[in-house]
Design a protein around this ligand. Structure first.
Ligand SMILES: Nc1ncnc2c1ncn2[C@@H]1O[C@H](COP(=O)(O)OP(=O)(O)OP(=O)(O)O)[C@@H](O)[C@H]1O
Length: 243
């Protein structure tokens, strides 16, 4: 049995004392690819932000394995990223700030890592352009390149494929697969259940104020029927899988 990257015990998450998701207890195995799924407004982002430490726990306890304290968090696509008057290269380089040293100089090793991250995300040709000139898909690639630089053991990605085309989605999904091969743990908020079925071994379902971890094979392999009680407890899944 693999070690846990993340353990939640009776965790409640929400805003200003108002609980959105209650009593979450689960253990995410190190290196797992976890799809966080649920209807709009169910509380997926709230839970992810709480795990990222952006929101305080309203109750319960959270433990991360020692290396998983090195965490990369990608919020839903934010327009604020583009407002900075910096180049794509500089934007990506920000992922390496922890490795830059006191004078904030880029060592040759860090420069090599930046070049490699730009190449892996297909951005080498646009690396000198201002970040503001990137398309939505290119910006998402740049945000992934910055994540590569962070070298995090646990990655929390909130709807990373929203608004990107199929080739970009496939390229970014390959990066997530690569992180999986390196035994990094990923929690990814997704609405594409076919992608979840193909590439994520665990599902964190957020529904009706509760969240639980279930093997994808158990949750999504069987097409639901009205008599299928295991799926019927999640209305959002029943509707989505019937569509
Ligand atoms: N900053 C906030 N302050 C107060 N309530 C919030 C805040 N952000 C979100 N909420 C509320 O918390 C609930 C859960 O929102 P959340 O964004 O976590 O849902 P979600 O599952 O990620 O939805 P979606 O799939 O639409 O992104 C919603 O009722 C939402 O209105």
């Amino acid at each position: 049995m693999s070690a846990s990257a993340l353990t939640l015990t009776d965790v409640s998450a929400g805003y200003g004392g108002h609980i959105t998701v209650a009593d979450v207890s689960l253990a995410v195995p190190a290196g797992a690819r976890v799809a966080v799924i649920g209807a709009n407004g169910a509380g997926k982002s709230t839970l992810l932000r709480t795990i990222a430490g952006e929101l305080p726990l309203l109750a319960g306890e959270m433990r991360r394995c020692e290396t998983c304290a090195r965490m990369g968090y990608l919020p839903q696509t934010a327009t604020v990223d583009r407002r900075f008057p910096i180049s794509v290269y500089e934007f990506v380089a920000m992922g390496a700030w922890q490795r830059m040293g006191v004078f904030r100089r880029l060592s040759p090793a860090v420069r090599q890592s930046i070049d490699s991250a730009l190449a892996r995300t297909g951005l080498t040709a646009v690396s000198r352009r201002p970040i503001a000139t990137l398309s939505g898909g290119q910006l998402q690639r740049a945000r992934f390149a910055r994540l590569i630089l962070q070298d995090a053991a646990m990655l929390l990605l909130d709807e990373p494929f929203a608004g990107v085309d199929r080739p970009t989605r496939d390229a970014l999904m390959q990066l997530i697969d690569g992180w999986h091969a390196q035994r990094r743990t990923t929690l990814v908020v997704l609405h594409d259940l076919e992608l979840v079925r193909q590439r994520f071994e665990l599902c964190l379902t957020v529904d009706d104020g509760h969240a639980q971890l279930t093997p994808t094979a158990e949750l999504l392999t069987v097409r639901p029927t009205p008599a299928d009680g295991s799926i019927a407890r999640h209305d959002f899944l029943r509707n989505a899988l019937r569509a």
